[in-house]
Design a protein around this ligand. Structure first.
Ligand SMILES: [Zn+2]
Length: 209
């Protein structure tokens, strides 16, 4: 079992122990005792970066095991890990913006049901709640998201018994395993690109710039 340091920490470097390094078709797959790399999942791409002299191109969970895909063979033993900070920041801004869109639509009678926070294709799907949201305008949503960013609400991280909840300021917290910026102001600028009909709700496409 790999200890997931990103669950409770924003650190981007750590020394870890390589437990296995297996040759595969396009490189090598490594398992570690602990990691600072966020794996692909929860609508978020994996971190990239370096493991010793090797490049970490992807991290995925496979059958309960965290697999780090690297481009060079490494020996069993201790190795330094380094997450690419620019990619992590972009992913965290996109993911946090997704949370804010979910918070922004709640008073309008919608709940976020699915989210995909990949660069260039970020979107949040929302459905009407019992309050019965009927329409959703780009301008209304944009101003609500802008307001949440302007308030620069601090991230609140709570861990209990292996579960993790993420909230911002006094907004309701939700279980989440992704990476987030430390306050909503760090999202920077979130642009609502488009709101399209999606089943009985809407698909909101957005970007951070
Ligand atoms: Zn999250």
């Amino acid at each position: 079992m790999t200890e997931l340091l990103y669950f409770s920490s924003d650190q981007l470097t750590v020394d870890a122990t390589i437990q296995a390094c297996v040759a595969v078709q396009n490189g090598y797959e490594v398992t570690l005792n602990r990691t600072v790399f966020h794996s692909q999942g929860g609508g978020q791409p994996s971190d990239v970066g370096h493991m010793g002299a090797a490049r970490v191109t992807k991290v995925v969970e496979r059958n309960g095991t965290l697999v780090h895909c690297i481009d060079a063979r490494l020996e069993i033993g201790v190795v330094g890990l380094q997450v690419d900070k620019d990619a992590r920041l972009l992913h965290s801004r996109l993911h946090t913006a997704g949370h804010l869109i979910g918070h922004a639509v709640a008073p309008l009678g919608f709940i976020a049901t699915r989210a995909h926070h990949w660069p260039g294709e970020a979107r949040v799907d929302v459905s009407p709640t019992a309050m019965g949201g009927a329409c959703l305008s780009v301008n209304e949503l944009q101003s609500r998201v802008d307001a949440l960013i302007a308030q620069d609400l601090p991230r609140i991280l709570r861990l209990h018994e292996g579960f993790r909840e993420i909230g911002f300021g006094e907004l309701p917290a939700f279980p989440c395993g992704g990476t987030h910026v430390i306050s909503t102001g760090m999202v920077g600028s979130c642009v609502i690109d488009d709101i399209g009909k999606n089943g009985n709700g809407f698909r909101i496409r957005y970007a951070v710039i």
